[in-house]
Design a protein around this ligand. Structure first.
Ligand code: AMP
Length: 201
């Protein structure tokens, strides 16, 4: 069982066009507060990110922002988080988040969100961390992405070991349950080499 004390959230710096995305982001913030989980995010005050932080603060939960200097200077940093860690650049930000968080969750978003999601998955794939990575598939938002992952698997670019690293659920409780139970299994350098050098049949 994994202890989820600090969970990093990757999500849009935009709000999205449907209320259901906002409602589910708020639901995740409520789950965090109810379960005494500190939320770590990119520290921005805008979009789903800002909405989640506002809810955490309103409910008396703890939130920590990790923001690179140039974004802070754009004055988009949330001003009321419990802690705001300012890093030199984006790479430094991710390093801090990966060290601090016990798990990572992605909600709907754009390039930034997908970049963060795939970075933590890649680091797990390379055994640089063993932490759970979850995808909250609100309103089927990620269905096309999951279809792409199936395609990558079918075409031999994604191993079973790697695709099992991504935990997916439509609901907050279900996803958090999966993240608590997650145990990485089957990592072997040889397996990776075998998969990457597999001959075309
Ligand atoms: P996007 O999905 O492209 O909207 O980017 C959102 C993700 O990138 C978030 O998880 C943040 O970590 C990061 N990000 C993007 N814009 C900002 C911003 N203005 N302030 C802080 N973080 C941001």
């Amino acid at each position: 069982m994994n202890n989820l004390n600090n969970v990093a959230v990757f999500c849009g710096s935009s709000r999205g066009r449907k209320q259901i995305y906002i409602d589910q982001a708020i639901e995740l913030a409520r789950y965090f507060v109810k379960n005494d989980i500190t939320m770590i995010n990119g520290g921005g005050s805008i979009g789903l990110m800002g909405i989640m932080t506002d809810e955490m603060i309103a409910l008396g939960g703890k939130s920590i922002g990790v923001i690179p200097l140039h974004l802070k200077d754009l004055e988009v940093a949330h001003s009321d988080m419990d802690e705001m860690i300012v890093t030199h650049d984006m790479a430094g930000r991710m390093k801090v988040i990966v060290e601090m968080a016990d798990a990572f969750v992605s909600l709907p978003g754009g390039f930034g969100t997908l970049d963060e999601l795939f970075e933590v998955l890649t680091l797990s794939q390379l055994n640089i961390h063993n932490k759970p990575v979850g995808l909250l598939n609100i309103n089927g938002f990620f269905d096309p992405l999951l279809a792409m992952l199936d395609k990558m698997r079918a075409e031999g670019y994604l191993s079973e070991f790697s695709s099992d690293l991504l935990l997916v659920d439509n609901e907050v409780e279900g996803l958090c349950k999966k993240m608590k139970k997650f145990e990485k299994s089957g990592f072997s350098v040889q397996k990776i080499i075998d998969q990457k050098t597999e001959k075309i049949g």
